[in-house]
Design a protein. Structure first.
Length: 199
């Protein structure tokens, strides 16, 4: 995009292995004019843009807890269906205790992530300025999604790596969850631990 005043804005689409429902772009602003009326937070926002942006992170982390929970639920459902359908040595693989054990653990971790996310949502309903609970929900539910999708992929065996089966997409979609809206170690160190220590 070129402005009459000479400013330019370039956007480059960044290809990703998963999470293709929402594309990411690298934006380059060169001498790009932005009118004062567009200042985030209006006059009170001067030199506070970063902090205003930070205020939005708690809501983003809460909805990432929700996204992670939905992904885990999808992976669990697809895996249970596959375990019923796939037969090895004359019986569905879901009849083997190891498969049942895996499904039981997947469902329990999923429930824990879901309840933590609900608890964070309730806490944010009461006070939108909180940071701790949404960060915990995002951190935990994202780890659950990575683990549950990969367990589901193992239960699918070789078909778990085929694009024909949704579980392969769920695995790559889950990988981004511990990265965006605050990369995992930063949430642990700078948001959760700092919040608990009051530093
Ligand atoms: C698919 C995708 C979509 C995205 N969508 C959005 C979006 O819509 N909006 C948006 O604003 N952002 C978005 N992001 C950006 C995302 O939030 C950041 O990539 C993420 O927060 C991590 O920041 P970074 O990439 O700058 O990593 P960095 O800060 O460079 O971190 C890299 C590594 O260094 C470590 N590190 C960094 N600082 C420290 C420190 N002080 N102490 C110890 N270790 C440290 C980190 O733990 C991490 O392991 C998206 C990213 C992806 C991948």
């Amino acid at each position: 995009m070129k402005q009459p005043t000479g400013g330019t804005l370039h956007g480059k689409a960044d290809r990703t292995p998963g999470y293709r429902g929402m594309h990411s772009f690298t934006l380059s602003f060169d001498n790009y004019f932005v009118p004062a009326a567009n200042l985030v937070g209006e006059a009170a926002g001067l030199n506070r843009g970063f902090y205003l942006q930070m205020n939005g992170f708690a809501a983003g982390r809460l909805q990432t807890g929700g996204r992670a929970t939905g992904l885990s639920q999808a992976a669990l459902e697809r895996t249970a269906e596959y375990a019923n359908d796939r037969k090895q040595f004359g019986q569905p693989i879901g009849s083997y205790q190891l498969t049942q054990y895996k499904l039981g653990r997947m469902a329990t971790h999923l429930m824990a992530g879901r309840q933590l996310t609900y608890a964070a949502a309730l806490a944010m309903d009461r006070d939108e300025s909180i940071a701790l609970e949404p960060a915990m929900a995002k951190l935990f539910a994202s780890d659950v999604a990575v683990w549950v999708t990969q367990e589901g992929q193992l239960v699918h065996g070789g078909w778990g790596y085929a694009e024909e089966f949704p579980i392969s997409r769920h695995v790559v979609d889950a990988l981004v969850l511990p990265i965006f809206e605050g990369v995992k170690p930063i949430l642990e160190l700078k948001v959760i631990a700092r919040g608990l220590l009051g530093s």
